[in-house]
Design a protein around this ligand. Structure first.
Ligand SMILES: [Fe+2]
Length: 346
């Protein structure tokens, strides 16, 4: 029996990982349609609900009763009991969320699907300045990706015919000289299963390295290069950033080496090819260590806000042929001199 190939069929654009998962789920299907039918039949009848116990910490902030659910011990908290369209008028609430965000690297919310795009912008503006897709507005992207009325919002949509997801470890737009401080992602439509986003703690990625590796790379810089679809001003963007990065608000060191965008160390270092290759592999492999990684399951109306300086993230390309539709905004630091990555030893 021939193996069905969702990828490569001329009318479909499906990421390779999506095709691998489809084959795992529907091994008996002989063609694209057979796979779609088999997978839809498996997922038919899934309902959104809650089973089992959730552990949370109750806290009251400005009279609002919140439940804080840790996703993993060191990273990620789901904040229950808040309406992001109404409850952020008091600066104390914003400051509570900001402190939690800095401490937990990523905070998530459920049941925010009522927020309009303008209300998403209003929410993000409580934490910084809305950025272009790539960070500061210092270049013009070749591909228009804007939403009418909301030029800074990026729509990330996937479905049966065009299925993809940013499934390599990355931090948003690090190929820019001043990449975004944070990102806000709203799920407008979620697959019934799959499409989770994982977040990996970049402080632990640095601390988890052997001391001798940290000493070797402490003063190195790396070249971050955007993909072809990130082209700006007619060329693929790139930026050189320090390998260890100081978080400008906590003063702590992170490892700033996203596999999706880092292509090489800065040429000026004169590393020989073998040494550079093995160091790159060692550093890239820090992302995704289970102890420093949390995984978030989306439902429509879920919203996550992460600190691009303190985490890397990746989507999971396993949900074909279902639809998944997300809206993303980026946030820049209020303080302009904290926007470009730098390193100062702790
Ligand atoms: Fe991303």
């Amino acid at each position: 029996m021939s193996t069905p190939k969702p990828t490569g069929e001329s009318e479909h654009q499906i990421a390779p990982q999506m095709a691998v998962v489809a084959r795992a789920r529907a091994p008996g299907a002989s063609d694209h349609t057979g796979q779609v039918e088999a997978i839809r039949a498996q997922d038919d009848g899934l309902v959104a609900g809650q089973l089992g116990t959730i552990y949370y910490k109750p806290v009251t902030v400005c009279g609002i009763d919140l439940k804080l659910e840790p996703v993993q011990p060191s990273i990620g908290t789901i904040v229950h009991g808040i309406d992001l369209a109404k409850d952020l008028e008091d600066p104390e609430v914003v400051s509570f969320l900001r402190d939690l965000w800095l401490e937990r690297r990523v905070i998530m919310f459920r049941d925010q699907g009522h927020l309009t795009r303008q209300e998403m912008v209003n929410y993000a503006q409580k934490f910084g300045v809305i950025g272009a897709h790539h960070g500061e507005r210092d270049h013009v992207p070749d591909l228009p990706t804007s939403v009418p009325g909301f030029p800074d919002m990026l729509i990330i949509a996937s479905g049966e015919k065009r299925a993809g997801a940013a499934s390599g470890w990355h931090s948003d737009a690090t190929w820019s000289t001043r990449p975004p401080m944070g990102s806000v992602l709203m799920c407008r439509e979620a697959p019934p299963v799959g499409g989770d986003t994982s977040f990996c703690d970049a402080y632990s990625m640095w601390n988890g390295l052997p001391e001798e590796t940290r000493a070797k790379i402490e003063h190195l810089k790396a070249v971050h290069v955007g993909s072809p679809h990130h082209a700006m001003d007619g060329k693929r963007p790139s930026a050189v950033h320090p390998v260890p990065r100081t978080h400008p608000e906590t003063g702590r060191t992170t490892l700033f080496m996203p596999r999706s965008f880092v292509k090489q160390f800065d040429e000026g270092h004169g590393l020989d090819d073998d040494e550079a290759k093995s160091l790159l592999t060692e550093l890239f492999d820090q992302a995704g260590q289970p102890e420093y990684t949390c995984r978030f399951r989306w439902v429509a109306g879920s919203l996550a806000m992460w600190d691009n300086r303190a985490v890397q993230h990746r989507a999971t390309a396993d949900f074909w042929p279902h639809r998944r539709s997300m809206e993303r905004l980026t946030i820049l630091d209020y303080e302009q001199d904290r926007r470009a990555p730098y390193y100062r030893p702790e």
